[in-house]
Design a protein around this ligand. Sequence first.
Ligand SMILES: Cc1ncc(COP(=O)(O)O)c(C=O)c1O
Length: 374
Amino acid sequence: MKIPFNTPHFCGTESKYIAEAFENKQFSGDGIFTEKVSVELENIFNAKRVLLTHSCTAALEMCAILLNISPGEEVIMPSFTFVSTANAFVLRGGCPVFVDIDPLTQNIDIEAIEHAISSKTKAIVVVHYAGISCDMERLMMLANTYNIPVIEDAAQAIYSKYNHQPLGSFGDLATVSFHETKNISCGEGGALIINNNKFIERAEIIREKGTNRSAFYRGDVDKYTWVDIGSSFLPGEVSAAFLFAQLQQGCEITNRRMEKWQTYHKYFSCLDPSLVGEAMFVPRYSEHNAHMYYLLCPDLARRSHFISHMRSHGVGCVFHYVPLHSSPAGRKYGLCAGSLSNTKRAGNCLVRLPMGPGVDVVTVLHAVNHYLRL
Ligand SMILES: Cc1ncc(COP(=O)(O)O)c(C=O)c1O
């Protein structure tokens, strides 16, 4: 493929910091680099505490434990999301209640959340799709009215903002991903962002296999032992060193992605949407991080045609989520609130274009021009 859908970005300083991690002679987690990265993330997310994890999936699983999700309890979330958003709660016996998305942003429909609330509702999980913010003011007002905790799945949303406030800083808890496909990466990685003080102490325990080892290392207790349920959710120092290098260039990476995003947007927002697809929509309240450029094709057949045309020109374009409510596990473990027509449309029509700080947008658009001449 001349232009793959995703090309991992290297800053050039990763190996220098990994060599430092070797010199520190600590490869297990919670060493010097984990500490440096956590402080950096606390600043970015304006968070009370950030705990580095080995994936966003792991951070979501920690959220489900922290909220004591028990069998039969319901968690409202979009169906148009990655499996981990739902799976983390199903692992605790919880029931995902899938609601529809807004057709303009592909983010959870706030009105649909209100219709789905029941006496069994234990949490609301929102996803900031493509790094574009949900309407957080409306969402938090609704959650506060019903006194339901909010989790932001900000897997794609590092550096994004809602009315100048960082995404990931609104919910009681939030999660972020540093998977290879994300703006800032260490291959596999993630973090739990804690905005509500009451979760900090228990989150440390859950992340350390259910032990109070973190408190022991701080000198708060004189021995450590098994005190709660938990698992091994922390990454090693080599991953943290890699991530530190990327975070040091976070603003530069975002700016470079934004230039690519703008070039795509100028092109597609001037084009008749029936030719390839509808351009992305960014609400006024959202400052996004150029995580993704997508189009909404008129239908499934035309999306498939577009993807295979681009492939034949060496350009990797991909569709995104198969809606969870229509997946085998989603049907088994979840419930549907309404007909989810906007979700079905996104599942059938959304196509993602290659994106990254170094992507050759001119060549991508050349292949699109060719498609238009067919
Ligand atoms: C919305 C969302 N949530 C969670 C995840 C899981 O992230 P990770 O691969 O870091 O576990 C992803 C990954 O793409 C995602 O897009």
